[in-house]
Design a binder for this molecule. Structure first.
Ligand SMILES: Nc1ncnc2c1ncn2[C@@H]1O[C@H](COP(=O)(O)OP(=O)(O)OP(=O)(O)O)[C@@H](O)[C@H]1O
Ligand SMILES: [Mg+2]
Length: 228
């Protein structure tokens, strides 16, 4: 089964006085259920733009995206948001946590948006925090955590909805080498346990080397294979 299919995906950004930047250029991609896809490419090659398109956060200028059986161009903004909230987990380089909320509340936020009652939210948030090794941090403040711990909270928040697809944009890019390896292991283990799919964008060949399929991105173009 295919969870993501992109055909001829193109996204341009207008620039004043000069030709537009083609951030994503004619990209074809298929992601199978349960597979781990890594996309490597230099800064500015279009990786974040591509993930934003896959998540339905922005619309392509050309081409189509089918996400979990839905043609995104046929969904309204609200329908795309609902699909994301229920089925897609997103992990960011800068964690994307809310400093004014406690750890457990951050993790439970997607469940709150989905309308789950407090008791159920707490139980599921606790279980997933246990899974990432932060069971005792439920009531902690975000600023009490290290970078590696913060990203584990970010991963817990992505996992709490039991997503079919996880999109991760340089999830270890803000961490030192040791922490990066641990966090990546945790993410890939959690994804495999669930039989979910992972699309990981990274500068780091070590992270990408564990993927089932590797692609490289350059000037908006996606090609199969390992960067030279
Ligand atoms: N909102 C925007 N408006 C205008 N140009 C943009 C916008 N977002 C991205 N771009 C341009 O599109 C191109 C691709 O950017 P993108 O952020 O997708 O690259 P990236 O591969 O994620 O880079 P990095 O590794 O630095 O995160 C760049 O030339 C960038 O300047
Ligand atoms: Mg980026």
């Amino acid at each position: 089964m295919t969870v993501i299919t992109c055909r001829w995906l193109t996204r341009r950004y207008a620039q004043r006085g000069i030709d537009p930047v083609v951030a994503v250029d004619s990209v074809d991609l298929e992601v199978e259920a349960g597979s781990f896809v890594a996309i490597e490419g230099p800064s500015g090659s279009g990786k974040t733009t591509l993930l934003g398109l896959l998540a339905g956060l922005e619309a392509p200028d050309e081409g189509s995206i089918t996400l979990l059986g839905h043609d995104l161009s046929r969904l309204s903004g609200a329908e795309r948001a609902r699909l994301r909230q229920r089925r897609v987990g997103i992990v960011f380089q800068s964690f994307g946590l809310i400093a004014s909320l406690r750890v457990g509340e951050n993790v439970g936020l997607p469940l709150a948006l989905a309308g789950l009652p407090e008791a159920a939210r707490q139980a599921r948030s606790r279980a997933v925090l246990e899974e990432v090794g932060l069971g005792s941090a439920f009531g902690a403040r975000i600023d009490e955590l290290s970078g590696g711990e913060r990203q584990r909270v970010g991963i817990a928040r992505a996992l709490v909805i039991e997503p079919a697809v996880i999109l991760a944009d340089e999830p270890t890019g803000s961490l030192d080498e040791d922490n990066a390896a641990g966090v990546l292991q945790l993410l890939t283990d959690a994804v495999r346990r669930r039989g979910a799919s992972l699309v990981l964008v990274t500068h780091d060949p070590a992270s990408a080397s564990r993927a089932d399929h590797r692609y490289r991105m350059r000037d908006g173009r996606l090609t199969a294979g390992v960067p030279a």
